[in-house]
Ligand binder design. Structure first.
Ligand code: B16
Ligand code: MG
Length: 217
């Protein structure tokens, strides 16, 4: 039976993709090329350095590792300015309610995010107390679709992978969940998340009853 829910951050609990986009766009502007919102779709769920590589390929630019680190740090300082101003009003519809429902029903909760900025976002939005474990980009060495982040989450909660359900908005995250041996609820549209066991537009449409309908229960 399901004992735990593991949540991705960006795109599931908060919409930080817009702030990532603004910061990456500013970097592209400085480097002299156009970075569109459509290009930005490719960065969702992807780690910071892998995101930079995708951005630079759009601009057909190449730099050495030291320069790339400097560019990533510059982007992150702009991104950090945006997330520093976040508050509880930026929690996505239904997210807080579903986290509360999980705990009221005896389910454990964990965060499983690629972001190294997750703690800042959770603290500013007031979400930190709703998690029994927090695994983010500061704890992992492998990016999604590698299952590391979710396996660490299960371990921290002392549950086995088949007792976990992952909530993800990115294709790479759905794959990571499956490689971890967990079922996955896709948050978004079937176009990109078709492999998830269940797809809902947002956590607003998610209930404990629907969770129980998953095969894993
Ligand atoms: P940072 P998630 C991911 O968060 C974002 O979706 C992705 O766009 C970002 O590049 C990545 O975090 C790393 O974030 O630069 O803050 O370390 O969806 O895994 O919660
Ligand atoms: Mg995400």
């Amino acid at each position: 039976s399901i004992k735990a829910c593991l949540f991705d951050l960006d795109g599931v609990l908060v919409d930080t993709a817009k702030y990532h986009y603004l910061a990456w766009k500013r970097l592209a502007d400085e480097l002299g090329f156009t970075f569109t919102e459509q290009d930005n779709e490719k960065l969702k769920g992807v780690s910071r350095m892998a995101s930079l590589d995708i951005l630079l390929s759009v601009g057909q630019l190449e730099f050495d590792d030291a320069k790339k680190l400097e560019l990533a740090e510059r982007k992150n300082s702009w991104y950090f300015e945006s997330i520093s101003k976040m508050d509880h009003s930026e929690i996505l519809p239904g997210a807080l309610e579903f986290l509360k429902a999980c705990r009221e029903n005896g389910l454990k909760t964990a965060l499983g995010s690629a972001s190294k900025n997750a703690m800042t976002i959770l603290n500013n939005t007031g979400l930190t107390p709703y998690f029994d474990a927090i695994i983010d980009g500061t704890h992992t060495s492998q990016a999604k679709p590698d299952p590391e982040v979710f396996l660490l989450g299960a371990k921290a909660l002392s549950v086995s992978p088949e007792q976990c359900v992952v909530f993800e908005d990115a294709e790479a995250g759905v794959e990571a969940a499956h490689r971890a041996g967990m079922s996955c609820v896709g948050i978004g549209s079937a176009d990109t998340l078709g492999k998830a066991e269940l797809i809902v537009p947002s956590l607003q449409e998610m209930t404990i009853d629907r969770l129980k309908e998953l095969n894993a229960v």
